[in-house]
Design a protein around this ligand. Structure first.
Ligand code: NAP
Length: 280
């Protein structure tokens, strides 16, 4: 086995870090604020430069925290935010993006995602994204939580320029392996795995723990290493402390053996039929 690649490639050929950082639930608790900022900055220093946020998180408070964390570091980061489905009309997308830019104290997003599919036609959302791209306010756009049928519809709706689909994917939620991940790979669109350690809901005792003990690592690190070993998948774990960020970065250097991968497959079976895309 070789080292895990440090990057994944977007459809236009741009490389982005395979291991990034999530921010959901950050910026909501004053007593955690400085630890969260330290964690994000440490992660950037360690190359975890894809940073994911959303207008939804903390009702904007998370983007405001990020502005503080990114002071002086913005140019090193591939910054991702997301628009609420109910704001994803042609004009609403633009207004939401501008509000996010203001909170984030930046002039552009590297990637802007539709958070999940709502009632507004995809054509309208795509038009809004394309207008933002023409104005230089976003560099790429994409979607989140869209299953294969929605992705097909997106392409029909003029969405060929979609850069990625951010989805719930981890060792305990392998449904996308059946059809969605192959669909994305066929179009050279990397998947962005959210909740890569399943929002800390992984079973307490499992093969992950056995492998972790043998290697002197944690089960969380093994779960993350497994996601990072999947082709054309990047991951955005959220860590609120420098210690957790360092542990997550270590997972990028873990190359699981064939035996360990088999142990994981036995404990967390790959899908044998279609499983509707799950959402957190
Ligand atoms: P996650 O990254 O799977 O898990 C986060 C939890 O794991 C936190 O409780 C964190 O605790 C803990 N943790 C992180 N690293 C650890 C380590 N090395 N050892 C032990 N515990 C560790 O879950 P997530 O936050 O749901 O997902 C990640 C990101 O994906 C989000 O933050 C968000 O940016 C994005 N997301 C997107 C969607 C969507 O619909 N598009 C949905 C959910 C999430 P501490 O905070 O104490 O470090």
């Amino acid at each position: 086995m070789t080292r895990n690649d440090a990057f994944v490639t977007l459809p236009d050929g741009e490389h982005i870090a395979r291991l990034g950082q999530g921010t959901w639930e950050m910026g909501e608790r004053p007593e955690r604020r400085s630890a969260e900022i330290d964690a994000l900055r440490a992660g950037i220093d360690l190359g975890m430069t894809v940073i994911d946020t959303a207008e939804m998180y903390g009702d904007g408070a998370t983007e405001a925290l990020l502005a503080e964390a990114l002071a002086g570091l913005r140019e090193q980061v591939f910054l991702v935010s997301k628009v609420y489905p109910h704001n994803a009309s042609r004009r609403g997308v633009v207004a939401s993006c501008e509000a996010s830019l203001e909170r984030l104290k930046t002039d552009r997003l590297d990637l802007y995602l539709l958070h999940w599919r709502g009632g507004i036609p995809l054509e309208e959302t795509v038009e809004g994204f394309e207008a933002l791209r023409r104005d230089g306010k976003i560099r790429h756009w994409g979607v989140s939580n869209l299953d294969v049928d929605d992705m097909e519809e997106l392409v029909e709706a003029g969405g060929k320029a979609c850069a990625t689909n951010q989805i719930l994917y981890n060792v305990a939620r392998r449904g996308p392996e059946f059809d969605l991940l192959p669909w994305l790979r066929a179009r050279r669109m990397p998947a962005m795995a959210y909740s890569p350690i399943d929002h800390m809901r992984l079973p307490k005792n499992s093969a992950l723990g056995d492998i972790a003990r043998e290697r002197g690592l944690s089960a969380v690190q093994i779960a993350l290493a497994w996601v990072l070993a999947q082709a054309d998948v990047c991951a955005i774990p959220k860590a609120g402390t420098v210690e957790h960020v360092r542990a997550n970065r270590q997972a990028l250097d873990v190359v699981l053996s064939e035996r360990e991968l088999r142990m994981i497959d036995d404990a967390f079976r790959p899908p044998r039929r279609k499983v509707p895309l799950e959402m957190l």
